[in-house]
Design a protein around this ligand. Structure first.
Ligand code: URA
Length: 271
């Protein structure tokens, strides 16, 4: 359900309306643009003559100012280049207003885990749980992800870089209704992902699912790519299927286990 957007001016009325919407169960944004479901149907509007007189009495609104075109990808590149540390990058992303996904999100979900970790895991985008908590991979898929990496001795809580993981997503804001990210959104946020990886400086990258695979390589089809080491941003990269897919298709866990073992032997060889 969307929040009505026809209440303007009166602070108390707005607050009461907001409280009422919370009371009836509005707890999330489900589409990019608000829909005014309270709009009166055509038949109940004022008769045409009255409406015409009223319209004539209203001053003509000034035309909306023409907004200069902004190249969002270039703006993201410039913003990302300003970051000289992960905390700075976190602040810069939180203040980046050109991606509409931010408007519908509760939190900017930056990263979790040990920033010194040898392994960086790149996911797609926050879901409902991550949006609420402000941390990546905390819902059911995230719990599976934690169990998968724990099985090869890696965790986000580990203090030693060789036993730790660091987790982030291509998009820091939840797409409405968990829809797939648009290519334009991925392109816009890619400079931040690149900077994130450069600043964190992992030894290997694991991309989980189609979106991060596409974001880093332009390649589609993680089912074909999974398990084969390649490189992205001058680092070894292993594509794996997304843990949400594994929840829906437990049979695929067998291949995911082979991929985890491949990761384990790769990082052991490097330590
Ligand atoms: N799926 C993702 O790709 N990332 C998250 O943070 C949660 C679910």
């Amino acid at each position: 359900m969307g929040i009505r957007d026809d209440i303007a001016g009166d602070w108390h009325a707005s607050l009461a309306a907001l409280a009422w919407h919370v009371e009836i169960g509005v707890d999330e944004v489900i589409s990019e643009a608000p829909v005014n479901r309270y709009d009166l149907p055509e038949t109940t509007r004022a008769p045409a003559a009255v409406a015409t007189v009223a319209a004539a009495a209203r001053p003509t609104p000034a035309p909306a100012p023409v907004q200069p075109q902004v190249d969002a990808v270039e703006a993201a590149r410039v913003a990302a280049a300003r970051a000289t540390s992960l905390p700075e990058l976190r602040e810069i992303i939180a203040g980046f207003d050109l991606c509409d996904l931010k408007k519908g999100a509760r939190n900017t979900v930056f990263a979790d885990g040990n920033p010194e970790a040898h392994v960086l895991i790149l996911g797609e985008a926050p879901g409902r749980d991550e949006d609420i908590e402000g941390r990546p991979f905390v819902g059911p898929a995230g719990q599976l992800l934690d169990r998968m990496f724990a099985a090869i001795g890696l965790s986000r809580g580990a203090a030693e870089p060789e036993n730790a993981i660091y987790i982030t997503n291509v998009l820091p804001w939840r797409p409405p209704g968990n829809r797939d990210p648009e290519p334009a959104e991925i392109a816009m946020m890619r400079p931040f992902v690149e900077r994130h990886i450069a600043l964190m400086n992992p030894r290997v990258i694991v991309v989980m699912g189609n979106t991060p695979l596409y974001a880093l390589t332009g390649q589609k089809g993680v089912m074909r790519a999974r398990g084969t080491w390649t490189s992205a941003l001058d680092r070894p990269m292993l594509p794996m299927v997304h843990p949400a897919y594994l929840l829906r298709n437990p049979i695929a866990k067998r291949e995911a286990w082979a991929d985890l073992l491949s990761l384990q032997s790769r990082i052991r060889a490097k330590n």
